[in-house]
Design a protein around this ligand. Sequence first.
Ligand code: AMP
Length: 192
Amino acid sequence: MSARLVLLGPPGAGKGTQAARLAEALGVPAVSTGDIFRANVKDGTELGRRVQDVTASGRLVPDELTNELVRDRLAQDDAVDGFLLDGYPRNVAQVAALDEMLAAAGRELDLAVELTVDPQVVVERLTKRAQVEGRADDTVEVIRHRLDVYAEQTAPISQVYADRGLLAQVDGLGEVDDVTTRLLAAVAPVRS
Ligand code: AMP
């Protein structure tokens, strides 16, 4: 199937979990820049060494590096007919970079789906995840910083896609299965 989708939402909205479910249901790869960075840090690759401090502090990895990574990933065979991006684009400049990548391939984004959640719930979820997963960037201080970065740099992206008529908002609160059902309903119009 072909569906080119972006999943938006604050840290702790459940993007990773839902991206995996949605991607499987749609038969497209879920591409998470955060997962790719974490895997590289864990494996001690050159990329991992370059992004280790930035990701641990909750700042954004420089656009050139991130855009290049996504460009390479989307050029792989399994992403040619569709993909679900999770954690990218993260600022308005990355939106433009994604536009260019797609235009160069003669393709367009089908939809940006935003998972909406109460900020208080987000902090609770992230704090709980810190205990369960032990992510380096799930400390209270870094969580706060990541939420600030989201509010300043990432939240404005929703309006950009809304202006293009490409934004669908989905309530991210509730049971995981229920949220998946809502997401599938939101993307149903663009499935082909
Ligand atoms: P995530 O798992 O999406 O919350 O990403 C974890 C961390 O990876 C972020 O806090 C950033 O440091 C980095 N990161 C992930 N995606 C991006 C992106 N699109 N642009 C810049 N940095 C990113």
